[in-house]
Ligand binder design. Structure first.
Ligand code: ADP
Ligand code: MG
Length: 227
């Protein structure tokens, strides 16, 4: 398995103005995530987990510093390039599934592949394969509202990896689930990551799940530190 550095942050600063004061969320933050690695991001609410994931996912720009995806510095790239990298190399999973309500589970997973230009038949085949892999093949024709919370998140994870990204970013993906369901969803996610060799950074408040990942980091005084 290759051990490329899928994600690298160097000297990243990010602050928000709040009234007269400035909130320094990330302050000279450094971080590296290698292919095949699953890292837990565990920190209290309001410390900057989502901010970090959005910067890593090229959804936001750092005030200073650089974000490298697969070795490519992305900070100064034009927006269309960043979008292209986001679509091909990065999968994002949110706490709430963000699936398209009008479409079936299968269609939701096909969508990013169709946008990437894959033929319908191939997208359908891969979507069905991913649903089977997540053990919800029997739910392929259901719309999100007809799925349980755990099933919705498994579809969201399948959609995030549909285009075989090299980086999976998940923002409290099991935060809305009961502990047992969270366990099964994480197990499916872990199997997928292990099998595909992608790199994953997963924000979670669940210490049991965090304990099962390869490394654990937190945000402390604007830095990303292991614990
Ligand atoms: P977490 O995901 O760990 O709960 P966030 O990254 O969402 O934390 O937010 C970190 C801090 O930055 C919080 O105090 C939040 O209020 C603040 N913040 C986040 N986004 C903005 C924004 N767009 N404008 C101002 N403050 C923000
Ligand atoms: Mg958050």
């Amino acid at each position: 398995m290759s051990r490329n550095i899928a994600l690298r942050l160097t000297g990243v600063h990010r602050s928000y103005g709040q009234g007269d004061s400035v909130l320094h969320i990330l302050n000279n933050a450094e971080f590296e995530l290698r292919s095949g690695e699953i890292v837990a991001l565990v920190a209290p609410s309001g410390t900057g987990k989502s901010t970090l994931l959005h910067l890593a996912g090229l959804l936001e720009h750092p005030d200073e510093g650089e974000v490298y995806v697969d070795g490519l510095p992305c900070g100064t790239l034009a927006d269309d390039k960043r979008t292209a990298i986001r679509r091909s190399d990065i999968g994002f999973v949110y706490q709430f599934h963000h699936l398209l309500p009008e479409f079936t589970a299968l269609e939701n997973i096909m969508m990013p592949q169709l946008i990437a230009g894959l033929p319908d038949k191939e997208a359908r085949r891969r979507a069905a394969q991913l649903l089977d892999y997540m053990r919800i093949g029997h739910r392929a024709d259901h719309r999100p509202a007809e799925l349980s919370g755990g099933e919705q998140q498994r579809v969201a994870i399948a959609r995030a990896v549909a285009n075989a990204p090299l980086l999976l970013l998940a923002d409290e993906p099991t935060g809305n689930l009961d502990p047992e369901t969270a366990h099964y969803v994480f197990e499916a996610l872990e199997a997928l990551v292990r099998q595909s060799g992608l790199a994953a950074l997963i924000a979670t408040h669940n210490h049991d799940l965090a304990a099962r990942m390869d490394r654990r980091v937190t945000i402390s005084e604007g830095k990303i530190v292991s614990f």
